[in-house]
Design a protein around this ligand. Structure first.
Ligand SMILES: Cc1cc2nc3c(=O)[nH]c(=O)nc-3n(C[C@H](O)[C@H](O)[C@H](O)COP(=O)(O)OP(=O)(O)OC[C@H]3O[C@@H](n4cnc5c(N)ncnc54)[C@H](O)[C@@H]3O)c2cc1C
Length: 411
């Protein structure tokens, strides 16, 4: 079996272009956020990005995107995560991006016209409301109900919790139970809800441990608690058919998990660069920090983690390009990448000393934000549970665990 690590020239070129875009336009524009309304920063940035063909990377060209395949998209996303404005500038921010993908794959023509088109145009944003106080890691426990009112509408009642970007969204992708008697994974359905809507009431944005800056809700998502009361949804806005809500949710989460990981690469790379810059400039006890082996070891560990993370994502992108099943790798990478970025940012903070703990660098903000990644899109333990079960299954089937541990790499 051959392994080809060559990145096609076209993908290399687009990566370079996006890298330049992030470095030259997005990172400098971040400073403007302190004294300007987000709209005044983002609108011109988006206009410029779009004029350069930098828009909705993985969306097919006929829908106005760049039509990138999984590998080129992964390379692009690995650059965008470095700036808080990166993904937003190209309309590929979470949570919208994953819902774009699901609407594209499963939406009816009516739904594509009504919901997807304005999202792809950057005119509307969409949030995802699945988690409830009653049910998170085990989403099949959701209690919000959807009852058919004649043939024309569904009426939803219940609550949602931690719906990211709900307070800035124009559309909500809501999962509710349509049939309590169906098998566990067939009880729920997905609905597209136009916002604002009196039946979908945002009670508050839940304060959390993340350090917030200007425009936090729009930039990083403000996570809302929502009351759903007699929410009327036209039957034509049911997505993916009755009983498929859990599948629709999982469809969009599969990409969401990877997007976090791809952006983590960019963050970790920037953090390692910052740490290395710092130790090449700072001396203690008469010795440059960069010349101390203990410090070199710290950098080496970060570099190893980053290297593993990159390889994982590139392997997953390769599998996606070939249409291969990647559920196992997706779960392994989801957990690894969340820990990787945590370790690298933590090391960078350590090497910056008090400066790292201050808010004078981006590190402290990232540190408080990335903690959530061990919880969102399925907590560590749920993914490890699944991965471990697959390890045992592979052993029972093949007499070796290789198939569940990257074995198709041929090792
Ligand atoms: C920043 C942030 C953004 C979010 N955005 C969204 C969003 O946009 N839309 C949305 O619907 N939801 C969102 N969520 C919710 C998120 O998906 C849930 O928090 C997550 O699924 C975990 O559910 P829970 O919080 O209810 O934890 P619980 O289900 O109560 O689980 C608590 C803990 O129990 C442990 N655990 C659970 N199951 C197992 C198991 N099988 N084996 C071993 N241990 C286990 C894990 O350690 C887990 O962290 C977001 C959450 C955060 C923090």
């Amino acid at each position: 079996m051959s392994i080809d690590f060559e990145i096609p020239a076209e993908a290399q070129a687009i990566r370079k272009k996006v890298r330049q875009w992030v470095q030259d336009e997005c990172i400098p524009a971040e400073k403007e956020l302190d004294h300007k309304p987000l709209k005044d920063v983002l609108d011109p940035l988006r206009k410029k990005a779009r004029a350069q063909g930098l828009w909705c990377p993985f969306i097919p060209k006929e829908h106005g995107g760049m039509g990138l395949g999984p590998l080129a998209n992964a390379l692009v996303q690995m650059e965008l995560g470095e700036s808080i404005l990166g993904a937003l500038s190209m309309n590929t921010q979470g949570p919208d991006d994953a819902s774009m993908m699901t609407l594209l794959a499963h939406g009816t023509e009516h739904q594509k016209e009504k919901f997807l088109k304005p999202i792809l145009n950057g005119e509307k944003r969409v949030c995802f409301s699945m988690t409830e106080k009653a049910a998170g890691a085990d989403a099949t426990g959701m209690r919000t109900t959807a009852v058919k009112d004649g043939n024309a509408n569904y009426i939803l009642n219940g609550e949602k919790w931690f719906s990211s970007s709900a307070s800035v969204a124009d559309i909500a992708f809501v999962i509710a139970r349509t049939d309590p008697d169906a098998p566990r994974h067939k009880q729920h359905s997905a609905f597209l809800v136009e916002l604002p809507n009196p039946g979908y009431k945002i009670k508050r944005n839940v304060p959390n441990m993340a350090i917030t800056g200007p425009h936090y809700d729009q930039l990083s998502g403000g996570h809302s608690e929502i009351e759903i009361k007699d929410l009327k949804v036209p039957a034509e806005d049911l997505l993916g058919g009755e009983g498929n809500g859990f599948n629709m949710g999982q469809h969009r989460l599969a990409y969401g998990r990877l997007r976090h990981g791809m952006h983590n690469i960019a963050k970790a790379q920037r953090a390692l660069d910052m740490a290395t810059k710092r130790v090449t400039e700072r001396s203690t006890f008469g010795v440059l920090l960069a010349d101390r082996q203990a410090v070199q070891f710290m950098l080496a560990e970060c570099a190893s983690e980053l290297y593993m993370a990159r390889l994982m994502l590139l392997h997953i992108a390769y599998k996606a390009e070939k249409g291969m099943d990647l559920a196992q790798e997706n779960s392994i990478a989801k957990v690894f990448l969340a820990h990787m970025v945590h370790k690298v940012v933590d090391t960078a903070i350590q090497l910056h000393g008090a400066l790292g703990y201050s808010q004078d660098t981006i590190l402290a903000k990232w540190y408080t934000q990335i903690r959530s990644q061990r919880l969102v899109d399925g907590p560590d333990e749920v993914h490890k549970w699944k991965v471990g079960r697959n390890v045992i299954k592979a052993f029972r089937r093949d007499g070796t665990t290789a198939a569940a541990a990257g074995g198709d790499l041929g090792v």
